[in-house]
Design a protein around this ligand. Sequence first.
Ligand SMILES: Cc1cc2nc3c(=O)[nH]c(=O)nc-3n(C[C@H](O)[C@H](O)[C@H](O)COP(=O)(O)O)c2cc1C
Length: 309
Amino acid sequence: MNKGVKKTSRLAVEIAGIRFKNPVLTASGTFGYGSEYAPYTDLGRLGGIVVKGLSLEPRAGNPGPRTVETPSGMLNAIGLQNVGVESFIKEKMPFLRRLKTNVIANIFGETVEDYKEVARRLDGVAGLTALEINISCPNVKKGGIAFGVVPTEAHRVVSAVKSSVGLPVITKLSPNVTDIRVMVKAVEEAGTDAVSLINTITGMAVDVEKRRALLATKTGGLSGPAIRPIAVRMVWEAAQVATRPIIGIGGIMTAKDALEFIIAGASAVQIGTANFVDPDSAVKAVDGIEEYLKRHRTSVKDLIGSLKA
Ligand SMILES: Cc1cc2nc3c(=O)[nH]c(=O)nc-3n(C[C@H](O)[C@H](O)[C@H](O)COP(=O)(O)O)c2cc1C
């Protein structure tokens, strides 16, 4: 034991028993499996990497067009394209586990049993720090309505995963609900170790000349700066009722944006769409947060939820 010599840092946070050297993670679906970004940024400087959502079988995703630019953001309908959980373990984890950062596997399914099985296969894989459950997916056994918009269904999927794994579980919430606080309470009751929010907001764009939707699937998920004020509001609301840590997501482009979420109640943040604009955004956010903490002589831990009345 190195009694008394544990290095403390202004930037470090602890979530679900995991130490993060800084509060900046990259968001699922915007950072591939990490290796794609290795030439463009220093992966070891990230607080964590959340990988593209994983399902039991590989998926090709939706037909194109599946992304559209919108004012201050983008719409996407990728359709959860991914290599499948087994290829992820065999082909992607060897690279990821060598990095000096936390690796979080984002998972989804079409049934509760799917979620359980993906989670079970990932449990115990060397180098994985936690699971993030994406509950914004259609439940095929309930007519395609998303797990994440019905509290009882969200509860069911989270408790099923939680009872099948030893890894810490983060539940990623959908913003497409009337009251986010109800969802926070439901997934906390089901045993989630933390919540992350928000996922994309359902949107649509139309080509007026052709009178066609711009996405092949017609509707898609809106992300980027356009959704940030909604996300900050939802994190703040979640913080009113949450007893577990919150990870804030939505339109974060800079350190200042990330700090909004932390002050509103988030213990950490994830950066998504910004990676498409500047692949070094997350590392720049870490530097900017550090500069702010020095200037204000404070730490991330003291800043969490420090919004003044
Ligand atoms: C192209 C794209 C793919 C995404 N794929 C996933 C995914 O597989 N699983 C998931 O939970 N969220 C996914 N998301 C949602 C993001 O992780 C994030 O919650 C959302 O984009 C809001 O953050 P941002 O505004 O910083 O992008 C995706 C977002 C985008 C733009």
